[in-house]
Design a protein. Structure first.
Lengths: 214, 728
C-alpha cells in the first residue's frame, strides 16, 4: 500500500467504527471501495471472501436499524458490559510508580496514560478533541484518524512510534469482541484493522525500526 | 489499488484549524519519552470531602497531569482525624469507570437515548407543568442520601410548594433520633476518647464506618478504658473490646432495662445529676423494679451476673462512662422497640450523670450557616403537611418531619399521592424494603428523574437520568457535617475536570428550579450562596477553599445546661409521650416478630455493614468488590451449632425464604453469632444489569423485608424479618 492508500484505509476504518448511518451504508456500496479492500486483503495474505459480510450482497441489504442495534449492543455506553474501543481500558491506568491510587495498575479504566499522552499530542498538533470523546481521546476512531494524518503529513518515525505505542492493543480488542459473539460486520471490521496494523508492525520489525514503512 | 474511485462520506472527528503533525516533536509523540517527562509534572493539592459514605470524611486530593494522583485524610476534620477507610481509597476507582452515565439520558420506548441538558430540563419542566394542571404541588417529591446540597433540594421542593423532601432516615436512624429527642431534646455525640468505660449497643464504628470514633476508642483503650460491645454478632468493633455480650437480637431493651435496674436498685447513679437535671426518676424507680437481671437473662440471653457486673463497672467509672448513642444497628430503625431502646440508652447515660460531661455524651457544636434571605427571597413553602404522616398525632407522631418516611414513597405513589419524583444520590429500589413493592411504586410515577453517576436500579427505571459528577469533579455547597467539640464548616471542591458530561449537584438543582418555573428562588451562583452562608461565621470562602475544613465558634465546655425538652431537663418520664398515648417511661416491649423456636430452619435475619462497602453505593466498584471476593465476604453468617443441626458445612449454598422474598447465598459458620439469627452483610444483591461488577453478587436483606412502618416513629423495622433456611 502507498501512504495515500494507508491514509485512506485508516480513514475508512475509523468511519466503520462510528455509529452507523445512511452515509456509511452508501459508502459500502461503492465498487471502488470493494476493489480497494480486496486488493489490500490479498496483499496481506488473506482471502477476499473475508469481505463478503462487509461488502457483499447480504451486506448491501443490511438495514441501518439492525446495524445500529448491533453497534449499540457491542459498543453502546448504556447497556451494561460492552466492548471497549478505548486504548486506556486495555492497559494499566498509570505507569508512574509514584501514583498513590490503589487502582494505579488496574485495567478497565478511562483516562489512563495513553489518553493523557494523546491529549498532549493532539494539543501540540493543534487538533481538537470533540465533546463526545472528552473522556476517551484514545478511542480507536480518533487513533485511526490520527494515524491517517500521520500517513498524510508525518514522518516514518512518527508513524512507527504511534503504531508501536498506541495501536498494540488491537489483538486484545479482537479477543474481547469475540466474547461478545459479534455479527460478522464488526468482527470483520476489527479483523481488517488488526491485519493492517499487523502488516505495518511486521514492516517495522523487518526494518528494525528503519524508516521504510512505505 | 485505486482509491480515487470511491469516497468516504463521514467527516473526521478530530479537527483543527491548522492541524498538522509535521511540527509534532518526537519528545511528545514518543510515549516513553513523554511518560518520563510527565512524571516530573507538578502535583496540586485540593482540600475536599470524600463521598464514599454519609460521613464525608475530609480529604486532600492530589492531582497530577489533570488526574487524581493520591489522597490523604485531612487531620483537621473532627469526623475522620486524618484517617481514610478502604472506601475512601477504593471508591475513586469509579471516577474513571467507563460505565458511568456519560451524559443526560431519556427513556424512549424502554431504552435510554442521549439527550442534551437543555432539552432534558425543558421536557422535565413541561411535564411538571402538565402534571400540575390536574394535580396539586404536593404530588412532587425529592429524596436523597446525605449530601451537601440538601438545603437547596429542600428549597426546590418548597419553591414548588411541596412538603415532600425526604432523606433515607426512616431506613437508618430515625428511631434513635426520636428516642434521644424525646429524652434529652437532641442527639448527643460520644466523647469516646476521654471515657473510662464505653458500652456500644449494636453500633459498629469499625465497619460502619466512623474513623474518628475508631481512633478515639483505640486511644481510650490505650489509656485503660474498658470497652464492652453488645451485639448478636462478634463484630469488627468487638475485636477491640474487653468483652462481647452476644445479646439475642431485638432484646437490647431488656438488657438496658436490667442495667438501669441494677444502677437504680443499688443506688449507683449520680444522685446530684438526677436531682438537678432529670424529671421522672420516681416513676422510673417504680417501673424498673419489673426488670431485674434475672428477668432479663431469660429474655436477652445474657447471664444475670454479667448484666449486674457490667452495670456496676459502668457506674463505677461515672461520669466518664458512656453508652454509645447509637446509629443504625440495634435501635436506629431495626425493631418495634427501637424507640424505647434509644430512650433507655439516653436514660442510662443520664443516670451516669454524663450528659454534656467529659468522657460522657455531649451536645456537639454545630455551625449555624447563614441564610440566603433577605438577599434572595424565601420560597413561600408547602401548603399542606407531608402525606406520610410524620409528626402527626394519630399517624407517626414521633417521626422526624425533616427526614420524612422515605420508604413510604412507593405506597404513596401507588395511592396516587405522589406522581413525580426526583431521586438524588440515593437508590431506593435497592436500599428500601421489599423491592417488588418499591419497583411497583416508583414505576407508577408519571415522572421520575434520577440524578446519579451510574445506572443504578432506580436510575434504570427513570424517565430521565441526569448524570451526577463524581465528588472530586464538582464544587458544591458548604456544609457542617464535621461537628464536634468545636463546630466545623467544610467545602466539597472540584479537584479534576469532569471526566464525562456531568454537572454539579448544586447546578442541577438550580437549573431544575429554573426549568420548573421557580427560577426566581435560584438567582444566585454557588460562590454567592456559599459566601452568604458563611457570613455569620466569621470565616471567608477563600480561607475555606484553601483549607477545606475550618473550625468556627466556641469550643464546647462541659456542664449540662437547660435541655431542649419541654421541661428543660432529661425527660426520664415524658409527659409528651403520655399525652400522645405512648409509654412515658421505657418498658419492655417484645420485637414484632420472633423466630419459631420449634423450627430448626427458622431464624431472625439481621444485617450490618462491612468496612469496604456503603449500602449498594460502592458495590459496583471493582476494587472494593475484589476485597469482598478476596476475603470471601459475600456470605450469610450462621451460628455453627445451628448450622450443623441443618447439615450445613462452611461455604454451603442455602436458600433463604421470607414472607416476601427468597434468594440463595453461601454460609459462613461461626461461633461469633447468636444462635437465633443469621447475619447478612449489606451492600450486595445488585440487580441493575448496568452495574456489571456487582450484578447478581449476593443478596440484600431488603429482598426479604416486608414493607413495615413502626406505629410511632414510622421507621422500617428492618430486622423484624423471620426467614427459613434450607440447604440449596
Amino acid at each position: 500500500m502507498t501512504t495515500n492508500e494507508k491514509e485512506t484505509f485508516c480513514t475508512f476504518a475509523a468511519s466503520l467504527l462510528a455509529p452507523p448511518d445512511q452515509g456509511l451504508l452508501a459508502d459500502l456500496e461503492q465498487q471502488g471501495l470493494r476493489s480497494f479492500l480486496t486488493e489490500g486483503v490479498s496483499r496481506w495474505g488473506e482471502k477476499p471472501q473475508l469481505l463478503t459480510t462487509l461488502l457483499g450482497r447480504k451486506g448491501m441489504k443490511r438495514s441501518l436499524s439492525a446495524l445500529t442495534k448491533e453497534y449499540q449492543r457491542l459498543f453502546g455506553s448504556y447497556r451494561g458490559k460492552t466492548v471497549s474501543l478505548v486504548e486506556s481500558t486495555y492497559k494499566p491506568w498509570a505507569g508512574d510508580k509514584k501514583c498513590g491510587m490503589v487502582f494505579a495498575a488496574s485495567k478497565g479504566l478511562v483516562m489512563g496514560d495513553p489518553a493523557v499522552h494523546l491529549l498532549d499530542v493532539y494539543r501540540e498538533a493543534s487538533l481538537e478533541v470533540p465533546e463526545e470523546f472528552r473522556s476517551t481521546p484514545d478511542h480507536l476512531i480518533l487513533e485511526l484518524e490520527f494515524l491517517a494524518l500521520l500517513y498524510r503529513d508525518g514522518t516514518s518515525e512518527q508513524i512507527q512510534s504511534f503504531i508501536t505505542d498506541h495501536l498494540d492493543w488491537i489483538p486484545n480488542l479482537r479477543e474481547e469482541l469475540a466474547l461478545a459473539r459479534p455479527k460478522p460486520f464488526y468482527r470483520v471490521t476489527v479483523e481488517l484493522i488488526d491485519m493492517f496494523l499487523e502488516n505495518e508492525q511486521k514492516d517495522i520489525k523487518d526494518t528494525h525500526g528503519q524508516t521504510t514503512i512505505h | 489499488m485505486d482509491h480515487k474511485q470511491f469516497t468516504i462520506s463521514r467527516r473526521s472527528f478530530l479537527k483543527g484549524t491548522a492541524a498538522t503533525t509535521v511540527a509534532l516533536s518526537m519528545g511528545t509523540l514518543d510515549f516513553r519519552r513523554w511518560a518520563l517527562a510527565s512524571e516530573q509534572a507538578p502535583v496540586k493539592r485540593v482540600p475536599t470531602l470524600c463521598n464514599g459514605c454519609g460521613n464525608r470524611c475530609a480529604i486532600f486530593a492530589f492531582v497530577k497531569n489533570g488526574r487524581i494522583w493520591r489522597i490523604e485524610g485531612n487531620k483537621e476534620a473532627n469526623g475522620n482525624q486524618g484517617v481514610l477507610c478502604p472506601k475512601g481509597h477504593g471508591y475513586l476507582h469509579d471516577l474513571y469507570n467507563p460505565n458511568r452515565v456519560r451524559g443526560p439520558l431519556k427513556r424512549v420506548n424502554g431504552r435510554f437515548e442521549p439527550i442534551s441538558w437543555e432539552q432534558a430540563y425543558k421536557e422535565i419542566g413541561q411535564k411538571i407543568n402538565t402534571l400540575l394542571l390536574d394535580n396539586s404541588p404536593d404530588t412532587i417529591f425529592w429524596v436523597n442520601f446525605p449530601q451537601p446540597n440538601h438545603a437547596y433540594a429542600l428549597r426546590l421542593m418548597h419553591a414548588m410548594r411541596s412538603p415532600h423532601y425526604f432523606t433515607h432516615g426512616s431506613t437508618c436512624y430515625t428511631a434513635r433520633n426520636a428516642g434521644w429527642n424525646f429524652t434529652t431534646g437532641k442527639l448527643p455525640s460520644n466523647d469516646l476518647k476521654n471515657a473510662r468505660f464505653i458500652m456500644i449497643v449494636g453500633r459498629n464504628p469499625a465497619a460502619g464506618i466512623d474513623l474518628g470514633q475508631v481512633k478515639d476508642i483505640v486511644k481510650a483503650r490505650e489509656e485503660g478504658a474498658k470497652l464492652v460491645v453488645v451485639d448478636p454478632r462478634c463484630n469488627e468493633t468487638a475485636i477491640l473490646a474487653d468483652e462481647w455480650l452476644p445479646v439475642k437480637p431485638g432484646t437490647d431493651l431488656a438488657l438496658l432495662l436490667a442495667m438501669i435496674n441494677v444502677i437504680v436498685e443499688e443506688k449507683l447513679y449520680d444522685a446530684d445529676f438526677v436531682e438537678q437535671h432529670t424529671v421522672g426518676f420516681d416513676q422510673l424507680e417504680n417501673e424498673i423494679i419489673n426488670y431485674p437481671p434475672q428477668w432479663a437473662e431469660k429474655v436477652c440471653d445474657i447471664p444475670a451476673e454479667t448484666i449486674a457486673r457490667v452495670a456496676r463497672q459502668m457506674a463505677g467509672e461515672k461520669p466518664r462512662s458512656l453508652v454509645h448513642c447509637g446509629y443504625h444497628g440495634a435501635f436506629g430503625s431495626q425493631y418495634l422497640n427501637s424507640f424505647q431502646t434509644a430512650r433507655a440508652v439516653a436514660i442510662l447515660n443520664s443516670l451516669l450523670g454524663n450528659i454534656d460531661r467529659t468522657g460522657g455524651v455531649y451536645f456537639a457544636k454545630s455551625a449555624e450557616l447563614g441564610e440566603l434571605q433577605p438577599v434572595h427571597p424565601v420560597p413561600e413553602g408547602p401548603l399542606v403537611p407531608k402525606a406520610d404522616g410524620t409528626g402527626m398525632p394519630g399517624r407517626y407522631p414521633l417521626g422526624a418531619y425533616g427526614d420524612g418516611i422515605s420508604h413510604a414513597i412507593p405506597e404513596l405513589a401507588l395511592r396516587g399521592k405522589l406522581k413525580c419524583g426526583f431521586v438524588y444520590h440515593n437508590n431506593p429500589l435497592r436500599t428500601n424494603p421489599n423491592p417488588k413493592r418499591v419497583i411497583a411504586g416508583y414505576k407508577k410515577l408519571e415522572l421520575l428523574v434520577v440524578i446519579d453517576p451510574f445506572l443504578s436500579e432506580t436510575a434504570s427505571i427513570a424517565h430521565y437520568v441526569l448524570p451526577a459528577p463524581f465528588y472530586v469533579e464538582a464544587d458544591e455547597a458548604v456544609d457542617t457535617n464535621h461537628s464536634g467539640k468545636q463546630a466545623q464548616v467544610t467545602l466539597p471542591q472540584k479537584a479534576v475536570e469532569p471526566v464525562f458530561d456531568t454537572r454539579s449537584g448544586f447546578q442541577i438543582i438550580t437549573e431544575l428550579g429554573k426549568a420548573m418555573g421557580v427560577g426566581r428562588y435560584f438567582n444566585f451562583t454557588l460562590e454567592e450562596a456559599n459566601e452568604l452562608r458563611l457570613q455569620p461565621l466569621g470565616v471567608s470562602l477563600a480561607e475555606l477553599k484553601a483549607k477545606g475544613v475550618l473550625p468556627v465558634g466556641e469550643v464546647w465546655k462541659q456542664g449540662c445546661g437547660k435541655l431542649n425538652t419541654p421541661s428543660g431537663k432529661v425527660e426520664i418520664y415524658s409527659a409528651t409521650l403520655e399525652r400522645l398515648g405512648y409509654p412515658p417511661i421505657p418498658r419492655w416491649e417484645a420485637p414484632l416478630v420472633s423466630p419459631d423456636e420449634e423450627d430448626p430452619h427458622s431464624f431472625r435475619l439481621i444485617h450490618g455493614k462491612q468496612a469496604n462497602h456503603t449500602h449498594a453505593m460502592t458495590a459496583n466498584t471493582s476494587y472494593l468488590m475484589a476485597i469482598s471476593h478476596r476475603y470471601d465476604l459475600i456470605r450469610l453468617w450462621i451460628n455453627r451449632a445451628r448450622a450443623e443441626k441443618l447439615g450445613l458445612d462452611d461455604g454451603d449454598l442455602v436458600q433463604i425464604t421470607s414472607l416476601v422474598g427468597k434468594g440463595k447465598i453461601r454460609v459462613r459458620l461461626t461461633e461469633g453469632l447468636h444462635p437465633s439469627c443469621v447475619w447478612l452483610p449489606s451492600g450486595y444483591g445488585i440487580f441493575s444489569k448496568h452495574l456489571t461488577t456487582a450484578y447478581d453478587q449476593g443478596v440484600s436483606y431488603n429482598d426479604f423485608l416486608p414493607t413495615r412502618f413502626d406505629p410511632a416513629v414510622g421507621h422500617a423495622m428492618s430486622s423484624e424479618i423471620i426467614v427459613t433456611l434450607k440447604k440449596a
